[in-house]
Design a protein around this ligand. Structure first.
Ligand SMILES: [Zn+2]
Length: 1018
């Protein structure tokens, strides 16, 4: 993630050779098969809801958007055993989907099966706000057709296609605003298409609306007849499915399976105009050889950028893609070997000499030389002009929402699991905390962390702080009370099971299950073992041990340890931030419960558990357990942390032959946010054990991900291969080839965790690269993830051309994973601006955000006054005195020279971009430090397609504003000698234009955008 230092003098004529396209083996993604990751080759993040109607109206997707049967007689009938289907008889019966099921989407596809009796007709589906705004499909005497209506005007209508009566017909309706078409399919082939359809689903069904009416078998017009017919397997997708995937869905249902994985889930963005040769190819003369040393067994980290010489003798560097072996065979013996690297889009190779040496001795584990300040030591300030900064605005959106929230809503599922009554006024959460969602309770953990952080951060407002303290204590008291019930008799002398390993199946059940339906959920807490706390009974934990996979059947589960990690983190945050001792007691109890169950399992069982897609996702349970050890000194918790070692990921195999611990890329094809918290957990385990493999796992992972898997906003994942918006591409350094999934990229919770990793690695290794990434991702993803006017926030942040962000959960009532981490991110925005040396001899200024630090240990305060990034200067004012080093980050993008003034006088400094400069002196009261770091425009190219890049100004990613959806990449022509000559605008507002196209900070972009553009040079 560095800018490419290339002289922009280019000539294309010399490149005529057809460049060999890189071939990359696919299907090597490690241990990520199975589960519900794919349905008919389409990643589950694209599936909004699925109503099979095999006996009920439940949504069998993970979103659990269950439907309601309404009217006199809708019924599920046998349709050739063992299948049941929905029967509607045209008597006013219909199905209503939750309003939130279709809201604010960018594209939509409705797919399902329909059976029409002789001369039967009626509405198939009708999604809208009323007769004047709707997307619907109807079948009548002419046949099956679809329409989109906005403001009472028909914006698109397909010609009808006759449907054969008395047999099942597969249908699909796709509204694709990027291509401006509304398409119908009958039996897997196109049946009708309306063109120039200038409407998006979000216009008809807005994000924030609670008045969306989503019907199956009924029209928006209340007096219109209802459907006479049968329905089954109705699916809603949030992507514009193309011909091939619709045909595949039908074919698979008819049991004519074909290879369904991989690409093709939706129309691809056109790459037709994008050349394969690099824009630098003709100018690149020579690539320097590099030499790298490594120890026997350890894969070397080869540099992503290598020095290069361009025509005219200009020095620069060039991106190189090195081979990435899947084991460490090459370095098992001492000696020297060479590696050839590829320069994408050129015929040139790079050469690396790798010297493999026997280690000279044992490696000394690094010490933790730097610490963060506590949250109450740093307060965000307004900028130098007295304006609220984007950080303050986002913080306050969340503080307002949290202050107004009802903690009982976040306790609802816990009380229900323990069979306890709900206080008056309590409302259950929706989203992934709804009644039957097997992840319920996860948001409560994030909420507890956020409340604790909000309490610690609001010393400037005592009333607000008291609000958060009361909430935190109430949450903890309630959870404590529930946890004390587990494994103990409900009445004196009653039965109970105290041993966590002896939890029996639920009453009147044959087996453990994940049935959480109201009235069916087991609530026999006295049988659950002492210490247990969660928002559902223990069954999911036990089922995981017995091999249960991820899914929505009662025999399946959804990541019980993931949810538990959120709850434990919330409790530990309450203890560490506010000294709530009860919170620590709850965590100790549950830590003991987990320890008892996991120590009873053979190692092979644990390896299988942690390798299981989503089901075995455990968040950072290793981090929580290592932290619990640090806070209590109880050894069993550290032992428990190690029981969460994801052996295949960390060590390659059960023999610990390679893996991340030895620098081998085991990231390929893995679910990003399932695995990133495991890495911060490894680092917390290192903190408490000093065992080097855990440190290497974390630092190697960081290097592998930053070099090979990262988008320009600092986020990851979004693979086309394997086709899932939440997973890393199948091979490193192939974002163009295997990334940019249609379903989205950059899951926001994954970036939240990457930021945690940055700061924790920096504590051991004060290399600016960690904070360079922190700044990149903080401004361009975390800051960019919040809605303009409220606390709505993003799940994925799509970077395909003409995409737009979708903001959910504005009122904190229905959470995804990312809505959960947003609560945490936005209540600790000040936590990385400054660090201090562990011995308090140095102050690190990492970020240039207006703020005031109270460094109590030195009786010094530091005020940072700046308009950054709307200005390129920051000023630090010291109150108090003393001798210490001030270390200021010189960002990697600060290539135009950094100027430092102390008390107004120039201070000669060595300020190399990508390092920290050091100002050492005896500081006196009112001393000032001014740092000027001129911004420059620079490009961040896709590693395997250098013709596509993101434009930055200093740290700020500038996105092109788009008026509408796109099917191709926006083209931008830049001056070859100096790209800034092609750009006009105002640095004080960060609003720019290139040939009339407006560019502005991505974090201020709320409409359609192109974060990546195709660049050509003139
Ligand atoms: Zn997420």
């Amino acid at each position: 993630m560095r800018r490419t230092l290339v002289p922009w003098v280019l000539a294309f004529s010399a490149v005529t050779a057809v460049l060999a396209q890189q071939t990359i083996p696919t299907g090597q993604s490690a241990g990520q098969g199975g589960g519900d990751q794919f349905l008919d080759g389409i990643g589950e993040t694209s599936l909004i809801a699925r109503y099979v109607f095999n006996g009920n109206a439940e949504d069998s997707s993970r979103n659990q958007l269950h439907a309601k049967m309404l009217g006199p007689s809708g019924a599920f009938v046998e349709d050739g055993p063992p299948r049941r289907v929905l029967l509607l008889t045209g008597d006013g019966s219909y199905v209503q989907l939750p309003s939130a099921a279709l809201a604010g989407e960018d594209a939509v596809a409705v797919v399902g099966w329909l059976y029409l009796p002789t001369r039967a007709t009626g509405p198939v589906f009708d999604f809208g706000q009323g007769p004047a705004n709707r997307l619907f499909a109807v079948v009548d005497a002419q046949g099956f057709r679809a329409s989109a209506v906005v403001g009472g005007q028909v914006r698109g209508q397909t010609s009808p296609k006759v449907v054969v009566e008395n047999q099942w017909t597969h249908f699909a309706v796709v509204l694709d605003p990027a291509s401006r078409v509304l398409t119908t399919y009958i039996d897997g082939v196109r049946a009708g298409q309306a063109t120039d359809v200038n409407v998006t689903p979000a216009q008809i069904l807005p994000q924030a609306s609670t008045t969306n009416r989503l019907f199956l078998g009924r029209a928006q017009d209340d007096s219109a007849p209802t459907l006479h017919g049968r329905l089954r397997d109705i699916r809603l997708y949030r992507i514009a499915l193309g011909d091939e995937p619709i045909a595949t869905i039908r074919r698979n249902a008819l049991a004519v399976p074909q290879a369904a994985r991989g690409r093709g889930a939706a129309p691809e963005i056109s790459t037709a105009n994008i050349p394969r040769e690099s824009p630098f190819a003709a100018r690149l003369l020579k690539i320097s050889d590099v030499t790298v040393e490594t120890a026997v067994g350890m894969m070397p980290r080869l540099p992503a950028y290598v020095p290069a010489t361009y025509i005219g003798g200009t020095a620069g560097d060039v991106r190189v893609i090195w081979p990435s072996p899947t084991d460490n065979t090459e370095v098992l013996k001492a000696g020297t070997y060479t590696v050839a690297g590829r320069v994408p889009g050129t015929l040139l190779d790079a050469k690396a000499t790798v010297i493999v040496k026997e280690p000279a001795g044992t490696t000394t584990p690094p010490d933790r030389l730097v610490e963060a300040f506590t949250l109450n030591q740093v307060v965000l300030d307004r900028d130098a002009e007295g304006r609220d900064t984007p950080f303050i605005k986002n913080r306050d959106k969340f503080l307002r929402g949290l202050a107004a929230s009802n903690p009982d809503n976040f306790l609802y599922n816990f009380r229900e699991a323990f069979g306890q009554p709900q206080p008056e006024g309590t409302k259950a959460l929706g989203g992934w905390d709804s009644q039957t969602t097997r992840l319920r309770g996860h948001a409560s953990g994030h909420y507890l962390s956020a409340i604790a952080q909000a309490y610690a951060s609001t010393g400037y407002d005592p009333a607000l702080q008291k609000n958060f303290l009361q909430k935190m204590n109430y949450l903890v008291d309630t959870l404590y009370d529930l946890s004390q019930r587990s494994g103990r008799p409900a009445q004196p002398g009653g039965p109970s099971v105290a041993d966590p390993t002896a939890v029996p199946v639920g009453p009147e059940r044959q087996t453990y299950d994940s049935n959480l339906r109201a009235g069916a959920i087991r609530t026999d807490y006295w049988n659950w073992g002492t210490g247990f706390i969660s928002a559902y009974p223990p069954d999911q934990f036990i089922m995981l041990e017995k091999g249960a996979t991820y899914g929505t059947q009662d025999s399946q589960i959804w990541a019980p340890y993931y949810t538990l990690h959120k709850i434990l983190s919330g409790l530990l945050d309450s203890y560490e931030v506010a000294g709530n001792k009860k919170a620590l007691e709850i965590a100790k109890g549950m830590g003991g419960w987990v320890n008892a169950r996991l120590t009873a399992l053979p190692a092979e069982t644990r390896i299988r558990m942690w390798s299981r897609y989503i089901a075995g996702e455990y968040g950072g349970m290793n981090e929580a357990m290592a932290r619990l050890f640090r806070l209590t000194g109880e050894r069993k918790f550290l032992d428990t942390a190690k029981l969460f070692d994801n052996t295949n990921f960390f060590y390659g195999n059960a023999n610990h032959d390679h893996g991340l611990a030895k620098g081998v890329d085991t990231v390929r094809g893995r679910h990003a946010n399932q695995h990133i918290p495991q890495i911060t957990g490894a680092l917390e385990t290192f903190r408490n054990t000093k065992e080097m493999p855990y440190y290497r796992i974390a630092s190697n992972f960081w290097g592998i991900v930053n070099d090979g898997y990262m988008y320009s906003i600092g986020g990851v994942a979004g693979a086309r291969n394997p086709n899932n918006a939440e997973v890393f591409p199948a091979q490193p350094s192939t974002l163009w080839e295997n990334g940019f999934a249609t379903g989205g990229q950059n899951e926001t919770c994954a970036t939240y965790n990457l930021l945690k990793l940055d700061r924790q690695l920096f504590m051991y290794d004060q290399t600016a690269k960690y904070m360079d990434h922190y700044e990149r991702a903080l401004y361009n993803h975390i800051l960019a993830s919040v809605a303009e006017q409220d606390a709505g926030n993003t799940y994925h942040v799509p970077l395909n051309p003409g995409a737009r962000k979708q903001f959910g959960n504005a009122n904190m009532s229905g959470f995804t994973c990312c809505n959960g981490t947003a609560l945490e991110s936005q209540t600790k925005l000040q936590d990385t601006i400054y660090f201090h040396g562990a011995n308090n001899q140095a102050l690190y200024v990492n970020l240039f955000i207006p703020s005031t630090l109270t460094w109590a240990e030195r009786k010094v305060s530091v005020q940072q006054i700046t308009d950054f990034p709307y200005a390129d200067t920051t000023k630090l004012v010291i109150t108090g005195s003393g001798r210490f080093d001030v270390k200021v980050r010189v960002p990697a993008w600060a290539t135009r020279g950094v100027v430092v003034k102390i008390n107004g006088r120039d201070e000669p400094v060595k300020a190399t971009p990508g390092t920290y400069l050091t100002l050492a002196r005896a500081w006196r009261d009112k001393d000032t430090i001014e740092v000027k770091m001129p911004f420059a425009f620079h490009l961040d190219h896709v590693m395997d397609q250098p013709n596509v890049a993101s434009l930055f100004y200093g740290p700020v990613l500038l996105a092109a504003e788009e008026a509408e959806a796109r099917t191709d990449w926006r083209q931008v022509v830049l001056d070859a000698n100096d790209i800034s000559k092609s750009i006009t605008g105002d640095p004080a507002t960060l609003r720019f234009q290139i040939a009339g196209v407006p560019f502005k900070p991505f974090y201020e972009t709320y409409g359609r955008h192109s974060v990546y553009v195709q660049v050509t040079f003139k």
